[in-house]
Design a protein around this ligand. Sequence first.
Ligand code: ADP
Length: 497
Amino acid sequence: MDYILALDQGTTSSRAMVFDQGGRVVELAQREFRQIFPRPGWVEHDPVEIWTTQLAVAREALSRLPAGARIAALGLTNQRETTVLWERRSGRPLANAIVWQDRRTAERCDHLRAGGWADLIQEKTGLQLDAYFSATKLQWLLDTVPGARDLAERGELAFGTIDSWLIWNLTGGSVHATDASNASRTLLFNLHTLQWDEELLTLFDIPRSVLPPVRPSSGILGHTHKALFGVSLPIAGVAGDQQAATFGQACFAPGMAKNTYGTGCFMLMNTGTAAVTSRNRLLSTVGWQGPQGQTAYCLEGSVFMAGATIQWLRDGLQIIKSAAEVEALAASVPDTGDVYLVPAFAGLGAPDWDGHARGTLVGLTRGTTRAHIARAALEAIALQVADLFGAMERDAGMPLREMRVDGGACRNNLLMQMQADFLGVPVVRPQITETTALGAAYLAGLATGFWRDAGEITAQWAAQRRFEPQMPAAARRARLARWRQAVERARGWTIGP
Ligand code: ADP
């Protein structure tokens, strides 16, 4: 039997999965690795540990396959934006990887913003000028690690996001490459020309010599070194985690969207073959690039506090013992009794973008119980997603007809029903919710003929459950308006004495 091996290098763990022709998971191995917090606001990973855990789980998953099993191709998906700089000759990283969450370059971004660069950067890259993305992290490494800039000027250093770092190691140091979806998260890549942008390289003071060539997300870009797995596997699919999940959800047509319910939510919508410039500070990004360079673009938005709101009920308020309990507790009351929880614990993202907003609970009466608060917390997740969804529809200028869902909290049926009600479109949960790894597998399998075409994958994608909106449109509008009143109360909360 033939299989695809998918590597899913995430922020907290490295995972490997083996998929069969039906898109089913047949093996899974996972290992966590260290989170390094050298100072407040700094987050690092050891690149060597990322590689060794990733290699170990790949070997572990492969070792459990039956004798005679053959791997047709390898797909790779990864935590995005995290920045690694290494020496080409030795393969040795010059420093720890700077993780996407790291805020050390926020001031540098403020400085550039004051210089009036934000609009040009958004126009060229589709992104916001923010420390989250790779450019200022790479600049920081070049400026801070002793000798780095000299080595870079001499062409002796390689930069990469985690995909590039893993490709380099998987190929025994023979391939330095990235894919267009990962490149589009660096602030250095022009979304329209699909090239590294000379003006941005100058702005961030990045020597071109450190950059990897940008390759299609689906296509063979190298082979694994024979010593690693005993055979040499084609590396045939690469995409950033959220883009891979969108691909794994088979959102191939413009207007199709997926939302992942984890700690936060990540919503991506396929906008077709041209990048949309957001007026709501959503991100425009490369979704993926096919073997002939055909590029699908996406709009992307996130909700900061989704599953995290449920964690707060558990750990902060201690009104539930486990996240799974929230559903029964919330279902024990017919409604929230007009209570709204705005979980702006760390400010509000799209479409409000208010860093000063703080969490707010409004509408409390003597009759309010923990069940009402639990229900309001679930509604808050669905309502924030509805706000994002509205912004995305306005930016894209096209209606979303349904939303495909995945992530840990999508198993909450009550939440999914609330979501369908507040969106006014069906919410569809697939049979396979491991969509990130599956997307990487699909990209690799399409490049190698393991799957014939996108049509075959579309046919393979199967709903496990579909949640139809049941709330009348007038009631939905009234509830969304009431929620906006609650959000207004959470906004602009200046920190007191
Ligand atoms: P991440 O990848 O961000 O770590 P996961 O996709 O593993 O997140 O999802 C875990 C999140 O989902 C946690 O924040 C948890 O509180 C939330 N969660 C898990 N089960 C449920 C549930 N049944 N109802 C609501 N939220 C849940």
